[in-house]
Design a protein around this ligand. Structure first.
Ligand code: CS2
Ligand code: MG
Length: 405
């Protein structure tokens, strides 16, 4: 079996997605998600110009060797652009492997470790009242875990919430230049414990609650927040600090028992090595697309399991349904699966382009039994939705200092 063609497809059904399609001489093809939010065309060019020519003629079932070839063979390792490109190719090859063997990818990884993948929903709002109304609705729908994000009073533009009551906070798509948000740590710290206090008062302790700080704090501030939130028993506090300096998490750890999660911008297992080895985190959030594919996710999962760290892959709307389905397979298999972020089912436009079936029951996604990843694309529909340059916001302190968004 040989790879005969590699297509790089860019489209914008409401937001930008980059998709790789790998075709073979036997008519079987595989697809992978190569979307890197706000830097889409860098990955598309990397794939088209630097990866595609090397794949023609290769055996698509030599998945490990192709992965090593693209990682080691480029000399320039790592980084989000490189690893997202490799990740998409790797996903597509696992998809082909599944189709050729007529098995779902979770089966090829080692089979089912569970009958369903528990997810957490997003309850966002411009006031505590609004967040709690949304939380109540998710509980009624059977969700077992919900992330809470609320607009911080007197602060312009808060992560995870959108004016105009849009649910998909990053689906705005059309941002010709990065919008700017404001950040004030004191306003945030003064407000956020109250959100969780009221959530627990109203809904009790059966529901798992989560929160994403989006890297806005320093380690000692994160330690303080973790302590303040201890009475409200979070499942995890996400990205309280950037992990560029992995030792920061050890510092947080010394002060609080609030479980910690990080990793959605990680590209390799090396980004998490110290965090995992020192057991400074509880959940690793690396995504299959940005982390180089299913092949390294499997290694990451095994490495994390040895250190009591569980998998909680990133699941924001900028991951296409292909990555969502790949996560579903990894999570069905991974013995140390923790939880999956889930922002809901795609919009009509997204579902016109990506063909997949997601079944949710009692807050759990059920494994897909289709061969391969269980997702397809409609290339004709993709043509209707042209790419438009778009950016994530940037963040500044009130005095103008550029901060982590
Ligand atoms: C986030 C993301 O889902 C999350 O936890 O942190 O929304 C993130 O901001 C985007 O995926 C960036 O593209
Ligand atoms: Mg996050």
């Amino acid at each position: 079996m040989k790879i005969t063609n590699v297509k790089v497809l860019v489209c914008r059904p409401g937001r930008n997605f980059v998709t790789v399609k790998i075709e073979t001489d036997e008519g079987v093809y595989g697809i992978g998600d190569a979307t890197l939010n706000g830097r889409e065309m860098a990955v598309a060019a990397y794939l088209e110009e630097h990866i595609a020519p090397c794949l023609i003629g290769k055996d698509p079932l030599q998945i490990e060797d192709v992965w090593q070839y693209l990682f080691k063979g480029a000399y320039w390792r790592k980084g989000p652009v490189t690893m997202t490109a490799i990740g998409a190719v790797d996903m597509a090859l696992w998809d082909i492997f599944g189709k050729v063997t007529n098995m779902p990818v979770y089966q090829l990884l080692g089979g089912k470790s569970r009958h369903g993948v528990t997810v957490y929903a997003h309850a966002n709002g411009e006031s505590i009242e609004e967040v709690l109304t949304n939380l109540g609705q998710f509980i009624d729908q059977g969700y077992k875990a919900v992330r809470l994000q609320c607009t911080i009073p007197n602060q312009k533009g808060t992560y995870g919430t959108l004016e105009g009551k849009k649910n998909y906070y990053e689906l705005q798509g059309n941002r010709p230049l990065p919008p700017e948000n404001e950040w004030c740590t004191r306003k945030y710290m003064n407000f956020i414990p109250e959100l969780f206090k009221q959530a627990r008062e109203q809904f009790g302790y059966d529901i798992e609650l989560l929160h994403d700080v989006h890297s806005r704090l320093t380690p000692i501030e994160a330690a303080k927040l973790g302590k303040m939130l201890e009475p409200y028993d979070l499942m995890f506090l996400e990205d309280s600090v950037t992990a560029d300096n992995q030792q920061g998490y050890a510092q947080i750890r010394q002060h609080t028992t609030t479980p910690l999660a990080v990793g959605e911008i990680f590209n390799t297992v090396w980004d998490a090595k110290e965090l995992i080895e020192t057991q400074s985190i509880d959940y690793i959030r690396t995504a299959v697309s940005h982390g180089g594919g299913i092949t390294p996710m499997r290694k990451l999962s095994d490495f994390a399991a040895m250190h009591h760290v569980r998998m909680a892959p990133h699941g924001a709307p900028d991951l296409s349904p292909i990555a969502t389905m790949a996560h579903l397979h990894i999570n069905t298999w991974a013995p140390n699966f923790g939880i999956q972020e889930f922002v809901g089912f795609g919009t009509d436009e997204i579902n016109e382009v990506f063909k997949y079936e997601l079944n949710i029951k009692n807050g759990m996604l059920l494994p897909s039994e289709a061969p391969g990843l269980g997702v397809d694309i409609d290339e004709e529909a993709m043509k209707k939705y042209e790419y438009k340059r778009s950016y994530l916001p940037v963040s500044r302190l009130e005095d103008g200092t550029l901060w982590n968004w």
